[in-house]
Design a protein around this ligand. Structure first.
Ligand SMILES: [Zn+2]
Length: 366
């Protein structure tokens, strides 16, 4: 009964191809109708930064109006985590807690509510659709250990595909944490998956064990003949792309997400950047010049611009506003550097803007 009511969003391929202006207006409406800023204001995350900036949890009337609210950062998150009861971090009861990747006490804990999980599932289906996974593709998905977000993804993705993705995907989870004392690399290598999902560092480290276990030898087919795909994340792919494509005999796609911002931006088959889903977030960018000024001028408040208005090639820190149910993000500095690739329609047909994920900002910056 409950399952029948479980609606998985982002299932309509037409939403991948709406005109950019329509996508922006849709998100603006959602921001206002769902009262995102007022809801966010109930979380401890915003108490200090908003008080300091002299704003209240109110109702922005437009996207530009939203930019009156201050930027918040990972430091604010850690502050809220340590200074307030944890029950004040979320605004609606979570179903799942995950953490960011940082070490020790600097891990941010992120609550996902029911709708948040459904959105992640919908975005996982969308990822399958955008990179054109085939029916019955077998996916080796190498995740970080719990409590990292990726740890939940094989199960969420499998459920999403079962409920509404319709690709009959088959998942084999693996983890670097058990690489030395489990036979999963041998098992997975022998199963010859069509898709490898891993961080770039893990994919590079797994080359030898997987090849020894029977992963098809590189160069056995012309690159255009292979239907194998790699979904890689963690840092800018750069020269690793060719190495990974050769080693695994696959077509590489870059992927971007984080615990706080699980948007699953993914590179399409046109390989012209990662599509950042504009109906799942309101992205801004803090240009490098602003970041530099912030570093050199004490107390300077850097100014972000809407990503869709950024010039092609512009680089900076990604700032995200989300429609989170358990904890909406309002102008959250992700700490991730991105490059704007373009917001004109992509040759794949998708109209959502394209970015390149350049990796984490250097420690101490921002
Ligand atoms: Zn595209």
């Amino acid at each position: 009964m409950a399952m029948a009511e479980l609606v998985i969003p982002f299932g309509d391929p037409r939403d991948d191809q709406l005109p950019l202006e329509e996508l922006i207006r849709k998100s603006e409406r959602r921001l206002i109708q769902e009262n995102i800023v007022a809801r966010a204001g109930r979380s401890s995350l915003y108490v200090r930064p908003w008080r300091k900036a002299g704003v209240r949890a109110g109702a922005p009337r437009t996207l530009d109006d939203l930019q009156r609210w201050p930027l918040i950062s990972g430091a604010d998150w850690l502050q809220a985590q340590s200074a307030f009861p944890l029950q004040r971090l979320f605004v609606e009861p979570p179903r799942l807690w995950v953490s960011s990747a940082a070490r020790g006490n600097t891990r941010k804990w992120v609550p996902y509510g029911e709708r948040d999980l459904r959105e992640i599932m919908g975005l996982a289906n969308r990822m399958s659709r955008l990179v054109q996974l085939n029916s019955c593709d077998r996916v080796l998905i190498v995740t970080g250990p719990a409590p990292r977000t990726g740890n939940a993804l094989p199960y969420l993705w499998a459920m999403a595909d079962m409920l509404s993705g319709g690709r009959h995907l088959e998942f084999i989870p693996g983890s670097m944490a058990t690489l030395k004392h489990s036979n999963w690399p041998i098992f997975a290598g022998r199963m010859k998956p069509a898709v490898l999902w891993a961080s770039m560092a893990d994919a590079l480290a797994l080359r030898q064990p997987l090849l020894e276990a029977g992963w098809p030898v590189a160069g056995s087919a012309a690159p255009t003949a292979t239907s194998r795909k790699g979904l890689f994340f963690g840092h800018a792919m750069g020269d690793d792309r060719a190495a990974l494509e050769y080693a695994y005999d696959l077509e590489a796609h870059s992927l971007y997400f984080s615990a706080e911002f699980p948007v699953l931006a993914v590179e399409c088959p046109a390989h012209q950047g990662l599509h950042l889903w504009l109906d799942a977030c309101l992205p801004e960018i803090l240009p490098r010049s602003e970041l530099e000024r912030e570093r050199s001028e004490a107390g300077y408040q850097p100014q972000a611009i809407w990503l869709t208005g950024a010039a092609e090639g512009a680089e900076g820190e990604l700032v995200a506003t989300t429609f989170g149910q358990s904890l909406p993000l309002v102008r959250y500095r992700t700490g991730d550097l991105v490059r704007m690739v373009g917001s004109s329609p992509c040759s794949c047909g998708c109209t959502h803007p394209r970015i390149e994920a350049l990796g984490r900002m250097e420690p101490g910056a921002g």
